[in-house]
Design a protein around this ligand. Structure first.
Ligand SMILES: Cc1cc2nc3c(=O)[nH]c(=O)nc-3n(C[C@H](O)[C@H](O)[C@H](O)COP(=O)(O)O)c2cc1C
Length: 212
């Protein structure tokens, strides 16, 4: 009986812990700070389909600010972030990607090369730097977690880089106005999720452990 009571208490506690902000888009979260951060991290997923409406620029400004408050080695902030919600840019790069990979069009519901996202952030770092790639990774995750806390889905898109670096996409890469000697690291799709957010792909917890 005691064991059953304990199990029920544990189940209720777990539900409260991970479910405390389930209606995140309303921002009516009553969680403790710790619960809110943990839940946001644990429930963020790569979203691969979005509503057509771009993310509001006000919200994106907050997302970018959260990115640039990420730690960076010696506070060098070695990133360049460019946010694009211009349809002609997104459609133009999509046309180039489809030209290079016609099978893209066969994806169900395909509208654009950025997983149908209406807003895309391009993250670049110096070609040579002490920890630029690492720092850009921290910035990227801050942006995605912050976005999710506001009901905005995201997906890192490494596959965008070779297309953006191709000769055909040169005008679009130039439009990003990256500093000299910077390379594009990744693009991040942002948007309001359309439909259900996928379940988490399995994680291998054995990759991290204490050394006694
Ligand atoms: C550097 C990087 C590049 C990625 N590139 C792509 C990509 O090109 N296309 C895509 O659909 N997902 C891409 N992803 C998303 C991963 O597939 C996803 O994060 C992983 O499967 C775990 O799922 P989750 O983000 O939902 O937890 C990328 C993620 C990272 C970190």
């Amino acid at each position: 009986m005691k064991r059953l009571t304990l199990s029920i208490v544990a189940l209720v506690a777990a539900t409260m812990f991970y479910g405390c902000c389930s209606e995140r888009a309303t921002n009516e979260c009553e969680c403790s700070k710790e619960q809110a951060v943990v839940e946001t991290i644990m429930t963020r997923r790569s979203v691969r389909d979005y509503k057509a409406e771009p993310v509001s620029r006000e919200q994106m400004a907050k997302v970018v600010e959260c990115g640039i408050y990420a730690p960076s080695a010696m506070n060098m902030q070695p990133w360049a972030v460019r946010v694009v919600d211009a349809p002609d840019f997104i459609e133009g790069v999509t046309a180039i990607a489809v030209e290079q990979m016609p099978q893209l069009k066969e994806q169900e519901g395909f509208r654009n090369f950025f997983r149908n996202a209406p807003t895309v952030a391009f993250i670049a770092c110096p070609e040579e730097s002490y920890s630029g790639e690492y720092d850009c990774g921290l910035l990227s995750e801050n942006m995605m977690v912050a976005a999710w806390s506001m009901g905005i889905g995201s997906c890192c898109l490494g596959s965008v880089v070779p297309v953006m670096n191709s000769e055909a996409a040169k005008p679009y890469l130039e439009r990003l106005n990256l500093p000299e000697d910077y390379k594009l690291m990744v693009a991040i799709a942002f948007g309001y999720p359309s439909g259900d957010v996928p379940a988490a792909p399995a994680r291998d917890v054995s990759k991290a452990y204490y050394i006694e």
